[in-house]
Design a binder for this molecule. Structure first.
Ligand code: ADP
Ligand code: MG
Length: 323
């Protein structure tokens, strides 16, 4: 199979050609032509997944296809936007049709769910790596940045951070999750669900937002640095549920909740005057919200642990060039 039949069979033949998607020209020319709607801005985000770095080499191709897109959709969610188009740059050691079929199935299942259209890419031979760019859109000046948090704002997360890290530790044989929990935790790691509906709903309530990829503490620190403030957090609500379900030591669970990466939950801050309405109107079909702390003046994160003691937190999320 040569480069062009590979592109045709697994990618261009499966384009959606959705109505009203703003695509004048998709795959096949030197560049795609897309049209943003009037009154909207474009949101552009890129993420690379490298085999052995971002996913274990034995990960199923379907999960790799899903996750490569999901991590990018999560960035659009964190801005409060709507994903529209994507490009795919694939580096493959060989043209393995079975792998490509599974990979593209995983990718298109998620793309179709959110009506995101593949409009181009690049295909090369080399070590397995996947780079996806997603282009999203949002009404002009409505995107949520990391820099808007203010002292007094409440800090929230969606869902249950820490599960992906426990799923990875289980796959690596470092822990043994109960049989009843294992599949759910592993699927959090391999098939993260981008919180797009949540991000779009939150857009009119929040002062800052980020998606959790490096760990709750590391990503909260990104908000704090961008906004010039500090935070006090109490992760107990998050640790309690996980400790009950897994029977692992509390300190181990606390570590997964605060420092485990790969959850792709949303972390955001809410001004006091928006709090009551957000809590009262939060649609029940969306991921549950959990209030975990407050923005304060100063720098850094302080944590209130299960004994009530407050201590300064040292961040050890994932950082590629940190030896
Ligand atoms: P060029 O040499 O002009 O960069 P290519 O031969 O790399 O063009 O690609 C031909 C067409 O196929 C382009 O429209 C490109 O966007 C698309 N394409 C290449 N690889 C992929 C891929 N993995 N997924 C989607 N589209 C792709
Ligand atoms: Mg090319």
């Amino acid at each position: 199979m040569d480069e062009f039949s590979l592109i045709r069979q697994f990618f261009s033949a499966r384009q959606n050609r959705l109505e009203d998607n703003g695509v004048t020209l998709g795959i096949g020319d030197d560049a795609a032509i897309i049209n943003p709607d009037p009154g909207e801005q474009l949101l552009i985000t890129t993420d690379t997944l490298i085999s052995g770095v971002h996913f274990p080499a034995q990960t199923s191709a379907r999960a790799v296809g899903h996750k490569a897109l999901a991590v990018n959709l999560s960035d659009i969610a964190a801005m409060g936007g709507r994903p529209r188009w994507l490009t795919l740059a694939l580096s493959l050691p060989s043209a393995d049709a079975t792998w490509l079929k599974m990979f593209s199935d995983g990718l298109f299942a998620l793309a179709d769910q959110y009506a995101v259209e593949l409009v181009g890419g690049d295909t090369t031979k080399g070590p397995l790596s996947i780079t996806i760019t997603v282009i999203g859109s949002i009404a002009t000046d409505e995107a949520i940045k990391r820099s808007g948090a203010q002292p007094g704002d409440a800090i929230f997360v969606t869902g249950q951070p820490g599960m992906a890290a426990l799923g990875l530790a289980d796959i690596q044989g470092k822990i043994k999750l109960p049989d009843t929990e294992q599949a759910v935790y592993r699927s959090k790691l391999e098939y993260p669900h981008p919180r797009l509906s949540e991000g779009q709903y939150l857009q009119s309530f929040v002062s800052s937002m980020i998606d959790i990829s490096d760990g709750l503490a590391a990503d909260l620190e990104h908000i704090l640095v961008a906004s010039g403030c500090a935070a006090i957090v109490n992760p107990e609500i998050l640790t309690r549920g996980l400790a009950r379900a897994t029977d692992l030591p509390t300190t181990f669970i606390e570590n997964a909740v605060l420092h485990g990466g790969d959850d792709y939950e949303l972390l955001f801050t809410v001004p006091d005057q928006q709090l009551a309405t957000l809590k009262q109107t939060w649609p029940e079909e969306l991921a549950p919200l959990c209030e975990i702390g407050r923005i304060t003046k100063g720098t850094g994160i302080r944590v209130q642990n299960h004994n009530g003691n407050v201590s300064k937190l040292t961040i050890h999320g994932y950082n590629h060039f940190n030896e």
